[in-house]
Ligand binder design. Structure first.
Ligand code: NAP
Ligand code: MG
Length: 500
């Protein structure tokens, strides 16, 4: 329906209690983000020692746009030889020019990176949405501003490390191997590179196979900002390229963000070596909504907690635990809100929920939807329109689930919420903690003392109160149990990059 047509159709409720019929009455006109100015090359080489270089075996792999299944570009596949070259470049820079630069100058480089990201923010946002499927509203308003914020924050620490670690002479570790996932490509790069550079290390980073584009755009920015050669090296490739970094003898630290399965593999490869490591792994966050909670705000918070970035969020609030007395009300309000979400083109400024990141993940989430039904849960999906092409899944909620169901215990990493009830705070806490993970949880209540009482018993690195999915560079982030080891962000994030 076009704009002119909607003008002629004033909204008329059919009965005093009728709900707004968004689908037929209030359709938004398309508002596509102009993407022509975001330059994408046909092919990207590896970024080693300040130059773009061809991969040793000459192999490239395709990267697609998950919203339309079209090939965007090709990335180079880095072999062991290429990784070795990158590590050597990082070592040379660490022992050479980078170590001779004063901490103040180091900070200036990081500030420059932050400012250049702000200058090119729109281009980064567009490419992030094209390559990974996330709505432009999120990449523009959340991802890229946070990327700049992390670089600004750590730039400030570069010449103040003695204050961060009083009584110590903080020394960098050396060459850091960094491996990141596909859900927040540039943001995870920032979480890794900013603290490593602020503390005087050099890095070899591998982005995820399906979302390497913004990392290579970042490499162009690194070149433009004049950072000494070899301080930042970007090698693209599959899991094997990541394994070559992990197993390289001259790497001093591994910083990994990804699945618990690969995290465990990495941990066993590192056993017996003196490499330091941080592992930021999976999660299955719970949100406890008490009867005294401000329900409308809580519903808005739940929507953001699970459907933000299509639910591809390690700390997503993927389990809702609602106190029995308000369960029906909360579920109805959630269903009403789901009906208003716009699923579709990530580059449309109206889109709330974009495309699932890859075909593989699309299949995984669909398997969990089938599994939930097999396990006896009731599935609810809004009947919103979804595009014919591309990997789209309607925001989903499952009710009538039990604690032992696999959809309650396992990380789905998609727009899928399970809903359970509880009677007492003790029962809520017990259910919250009863998964193998412990990354993030949330609590909604009007009572401050309840937040502290319940929060102190939740076993997770992050606890949000009356909000969810809020990030800040000053705040540490990390997991308990199978959600990982170590912390990133804030001063804790600096500690992970200096010698004890
Ligand atoms: P993944 O399969 O573990 O992959 C993560 C990264 O590791 C990718 O770059 C991947 O390369 C690489 N990799 C794969 N196999 C490897 C190996 N044997 N050795 C070294 N590197 C290897 O995870 P994902 O599917 O990309 O990401 C989703 C997961 O990340 C979820 O479980 C999510 O919870 C977690 N995550 C955690 C946090 C946190 O802070 N705790 C934040 C974001 C995401 P390829 O891309 O080529 O496979
Ligand atoms: Mg892609």
């Amino acid at each position: 329906m076009s704009n002119t047509e909607t003008k002629d159709v004033p909204y008329k409720p059919t009965s005093p209690n009728s709900k707004l019929d968004f689908a037929s009455v209030w359709e938004y006109a398309p508002a596509p983000q102009d993407s022509d100015f975001a330059e994408v090359k046909e092919k990207y080489d590896l970024f080693i020692d300040g130059k773009f270089v061809k991969p040793s075996k000459g192999r490239y792999f395709k990267s697609t746009n998950p919203a339309n299944e079209e090939v965007i570009t090709e990335f180079a596949e880095a072999t062991q030889k290429d990784v070795d070259k990158a590590v050597k470049a990082a070592r040379k820079a660490f022992e050479g020019e980078w170590s001779r630069i004063s901490a103040k100058e180091r900070g200036k480089y990081i500030y420059r990176i932050a400012r250049m990201i702000q200058e090119r923010a729109r281009e980064f946002a567009i490419l992030e949405s094209m390559d990974g499927g996330k709505p432009i509203r999120e990449s523009r308003d959340v991802d890229i501003p946070l990327v700049a914020a992390y670089f600004f924050y750590y730039a400030g620490w570069a010449d103040k490390l003695e204050y961060a670690f009083p009584g110590k002479q903080p020394e960098p570790l050396g060459v850091c191997g960094q491996i990141i996932p596909w859900n927040f490509p540039l943001l995870m790069l920032a979480w890794k590179i900013a603290p490593a550079l602020a503390t005087g290390n050099t890095v070899v980073l591998k982005p995820a196979e399906t979302t390497s584009l913004t990392a290579l755009k970042f490499a162009e920015l690194v070149k433009d900002c004049g950072l000494p050669d070899g301080v930042v090296n970007i090698v693209t490739g599959a899991g094997q390229t990541g394994a070559e970094i992990v197993n390289h003898k001259d790497v001093d630290k591994i910083a990994f963000t990804g699945s618990t399965k690969v995290g465990k593999l990495i941990q066993s490869s590192l056993a017996g070596t003196d490499k330091k490591y941080t592992l930021e792994l999976g999660g299955k966050g719970a949100m406890l909504i008490f009867e005294d909670a401000p329900i409308d705000q809580a519903v808005e918070g739940i929507i953001n907690a699970i459907y933000f970035n299509q639910g591809h969020v390690c700390c997503a609030g993927s389990r809702l635990l609602v106190q029995e007395g308000i369960a029906d009300k909360v579920i109805q309000k959630l269903k009403d809100r789901l009906a208003t979400l716009i699923v579709g083109d990530p580059l449309d400024k109206n889109t709330d929920v974009g495309a699932i990141n890859s075909k593989e993940q699309f299949e995984t989430v669909n398997k969990y939807l089938e599994l939930g039904v097999e396990e006896g849960a009731d599935i609810y999906q809004c009947d919103c329109k979804v595009p014919d092409n591309g990997y789209f899944i309607r925001p989903t909620l499952f009710t009538n689930v039990s604690q032992s169901n696999r959809i309650v215990q396992e990380e789905i990493f998609g727009p899928v919420l399970t809903v359970q009830t509880f009677r007492t705070a003790e029962e809520g806490i017990e259910k919250t903690n009863n998964t193998p993970y412990g990354l993030a949880n949330g609590v909604w209540t009007d009572k401050g003392s309840k937040i502290f009482k319940v929060g102190s018993k939740m076993r997770s690195g992050v606890i949000w109160a009356n909000t969810y999915n809020k990030f800040d560079p000053t705040s540490p982030f990390g997991g308990y149990k199978e959600s990982g080891v170590g912390r990133e962000g804030g001063m804790h994030g600096l500690a992970a990059y200096i010698k004890n």
